[in-house]
Write a protein that binds this ligand. Structure first.
Ligand code: NAD
Length: 263
């Protein structure tokens, strides 16, 4: 079967990367491209035979699955419409709040949905590695996460940095919300054992870099991932789109798509 894909935000950096990554593939087709009302791209051909539209209902109607790299408010609004159509989804938007997550949860009750803060294979491998490192080393090794992204990135820390920090907390057997420390400023006191710090750097055109640090006594382990092209996220998202069509309703992640065992 050839999955028919509706791409959201064809004028965006990731929307463009998804359309580019789709060309030449036999297992899927770009069936529609939907941008926000008022977007300058509306009416332009973004792929052979596909013209950008603001008509979301029509875009979902002609597709099996939609791929969403937009904004939290767009993700929320689209998920509500997609739930009515029971449309499968691949969601990569980061910085999601509780209302956005609730709309995704409602969609996942009636359709299969893959949600990932990072669709790259390397980062998903890294999530497994840091969890194992944290489990083996324990909170005696101070764990910190740093990330660097381009100057246009809106949310901070990145969704990927949060996923890495949560994986460390899982390895420690800790509740992330109780041990997290997002940046430090002023007289914050000595670092409590078990705290997991996350620091964000913004500048230039950096696509995405993440490092997990484990500080032991007289030694330090660093696990780093560097993305040098958005194509890695687009290829991963399309792999998820092909995988998710026909799955039972529910929320899935990239580890499900890649067939990694979970523990
Ligand atoms: P961008 O600003 O370049 O693009 C956002 C696009 O969304 C724009 O084209 C905009 O017109 C469109 N949009 C806004 N409202 C819309 C609506 N209602 N319907 C349809 N389209 C709408 O941003 P970007 O760099 O492409 O990133 C988008 C999101 O993806 C961000 O949250 C970013 O953090 C995330 N991201 C995730 C991954 C991942 O692997 N999960 C990778 C890269 C970026």
């Amino acid at each position: 079967m050839t999955a028919q894909v509706c791409v959201l935000g064809p004028s965006g950096k990731m929307g463009r990367a998804v359309i580019e990554a789709a060309s030449g593939r036999g297992d899927l087709e770009i069936a529609a491209a939907v941008d926000s009302p008022g977007a300058r791209i509306l009416g332009a051909q973004v792929h052979p035979g596909v013209v950008a539209t603001a008509d979301l209902a029509a875009g979902l109607d002609t597709s099996d699955v939609y791929v969403d790299f937009t904004t939290p408010s767009a993700t929320r609004a689209v998920a509500r419409v997609a739930a009515l159509a029971r449309r499968a989804a691949v969601i990569g938007t980061t910085g999601l709040g509780a209302d956005d997550e609730a709309a995704i949860a409602a969609l996942a009750k009636v359709a299969p949905v893959v949600v990932a803060a990072n669709f790259s294979l390397g980062v998903n491998m890294m999530l497994g590695f840091v969890r194992e490192a944290a489990r083996a080393l324990g909170p005696e090794w101070d764990a910190e996460v740093s990330e660097i992204h381009h100057r246009a990135k809106r949310d901070s820390p990145s969704g990927t940095a949060l996923a890495i920090a949560r994986a460390i907390a899982a390895g420690h057997g800790a509740d992330y919300d109780k041990v997290k420390r997002h940046a430090r400023d002023g007289d914050v006191g000595a670092r409590p054992r078990g705290e997991i710090g996350v620091t964000a750097i913004r500048g230039g055109d950096v696509i995405g870099e993440h490092t997990a640090f484990f500080f032991g006594a007289a030694e330090r382990l660093e696990i780093t991932h560097r993305a040098t092209s958005r194509s890695i996220f687009a290829v991963g998202a399309l792999r998820a789109a092909v995988w998710v069509v026909g799955k039972p309703p529910g929320r899935y992640d990239m580890l499900d798509v890649l067939g990694f065992a979970k523990s």
